[in-house]
Design a protein around this ligand. Structure first.
Ligand code: GCO
Length: 466
């Protein structure tokens, strides 16, 4: 596909902002783009089930067809190639590869990813694999889901099925995408699949997700025939006090603890943050740690995927002036900076990306970082040809890439950047109502049309080629 030559805004970044070795990419995930939900031996995931819960997803949308990528993969790889990126981040659907979540592999399911990897490599694009981007086989949820310790071991078994098939051609293999979303949104808040509202279960899920990551990483490393880059992707932001008060400083600490340190401390330091362990114990909750777990979770890995959309502040006082909620727990209230917002009503805060990256470099040294997701939804208007002149999204990317360059200037070891997302797709509880793509998708015709932001991204990448 030849990208339009429409002039993109001259939001040029400094010519020396990124070295020729910097890895440029685009990202998607299986449930959000593949469709073919009942084809090739795939069984229902928790998202197939959750989408059928009345009111759970905008407009009752679901991923049965999505972007029909399963049937359009070669054309989509050609589209990726036209962007001039180095790499493509995609996820493997567990329910395709191992339909029951345990037991035999489904060769037809694995064959799709085998073809995808070959198509990418034929087009000079490196695959960046995510093993789990939220589509847990429903049968495993029926057996307890991530709160059930056994799921960690089932994940490691599944990971090895994929690894054995693809390790000879895939260098970068990451285990989980955003375990916070899986545990917190899926088992505590209930706005993501499987839609449970059980705080204790969500804490069990945190531990078993991390345990699954460690088990899988250990097994893959033990079985590798060539060196690989293993990793995990976390969604992170900033957590500053809204006001300079003890209550707000405490709220910011709690938000940072539950949102970032609860994951990165075990992964990189081998223990859960003591302040969070204490707060959980005050609620009568203990992480379900068994002997040896923390050593498994702390298995070394080579790259941390950073998914960043916005930074925020926190207040320890609710709108009624209370410091504790009806549940008796301390108030941790989001306060968005007074900036412009995206269509998700998320604040646009590029300077917070620099702040996060520099913090990660300082607090978790020696860990290369790659921005695995960054992007924005805006209310796009497509012309008759499907073209979207998305100045707002182009500007968002330019500002956030400048923020990445600034973090590099301050010493952060940032190796790459993946735009979220390659194309408009299923945005979870928002269904198809929110568009994050740099390529427009007409869901009636499945026509793909690169937006202005795709042209800008291609031209920006080209200026950093050696
Ligand atoms: C996430 C997921 C993506 C989302 C994107 C926009 O980070 O939540 O990895 O699947 O679509 O972030 O919300």
């Amino acid at each position: 596909m030849n990208l339009p030559t429409a002039p993109s805004p001259t939001l040029l970044l400094p010519g020396d902002a990124f070295p020729p070795t910097f890895e440029w990419g685009v990202a998607t995930s299986s449930y959000q783009i593949e469709g073919a939900a009942k084809e090739g031996g795939r069984t229902p995931s928790i998202w197939d089930t959750f989408c059928r819960v009345p009111g759970a997803v905008h407009n009752g949308d679901h991923g049965d067809v999505a972007c029909d990528h399963y049937h359009r993969m070669p054309q989509d790889v050609a589209l990726i190639k036209s962007l001039g990126v180095d790499s493509y981040r995609f996820s493997v659907a567990w329910p395709r590869v191992q339909p029951h979540g345990r037991g035999p592999v489904n060769p037809e399911g694995l064959a799709f990813y085998d073809r995808l990897v070959d198509e990418l490599l034929t087009n000079g694009i490196k695959p960046w694999v995510t093993l789990y981007h939220w589509d847990l086989p429903q049968e495993l949820e029926d057996a307890g889901g991530w709160p059930n310790r056994d799921t960690a071991y089932r994940f490691a078994d599944y990971a090895m099925m994929v690894f054995d098939k693809l390790q000879d051609r895939v260098e970068t293999i990451t285990t989980l995408n955003e375990p916070w979303c899986s545990a917190w949104l899926g088992y505590h808040v209930g706005v993501h699949a499987p839609g449970r509202k059980d705080f204790r279960a969500s804490i069990d899920a945190v531990h078993h997700l991390l345990l699954g990551h460690g088990l899988a990483t250990q097994r893959m490393r033990a079985a590798e025939t060539t060196p690989h880059r293993y990793g995990i992707t976390l969604n992170m932001g900033t957590a500053d006090p809204a006001e300079d008060t003890d209550a707000d400083r405490d709220a910011a600490r709690r938000a940072d603890g539950m949102g970032l340190r609860l994951y990165l401390d075990p992964l990189r330091k081998g223990y859960y943050p003591p302040d969070m362990v204490d707060e959980l114990s005050q609620q009568g909750i203990a992480l379900p740690i068994q002997d040896g777990d923390m050593e498994i979770i702390a298995e070394p890995f080579e790259v941390l995927g950073v998914n960043f959309y916005f930074g925020q502040d926190f207040s320890g006082v609710d709108e009624q002036g209370r410091t504790h909620g009806d549940d008796g727990q301390p108030v941790v209230r989001q306060v968005f900076p007074g900036t412009a917002r995206t269509a998700m009503d998320w604040p646009i805060t590029p300077e917070r990306l620099t702040q996060l990256l520099v913090r990660l470099h300082r607090d978790y040294p020696g860990l290369p970082l790659v921005i695995t997701e960054n992007g924005a939804a805006f209310d796009d208007t497509a012309d008759e040809q499907g073209y979207v002149a998305d100045d707002d999204r182009t500007t968002y990317f330019a500002e956030h890439l400048a923020a990445v360059a600034e973090a590099r200037n301050q010493g952060a070891d940032i190796r790459g950047y993946f735009a979220w997302s390659l194309m408009d797709n299923f945005e979870w509880a928002y269904g198809y109502d929110k568009r994050f793509g740099i390529v427009h998708v007409d869901y009636d015709t499945q026509k793909r049309t690169p937006k202005q932001s795709a042209v800008w991204y291609r031209d920006t990448i080209a200026q950093y080629r050696d």
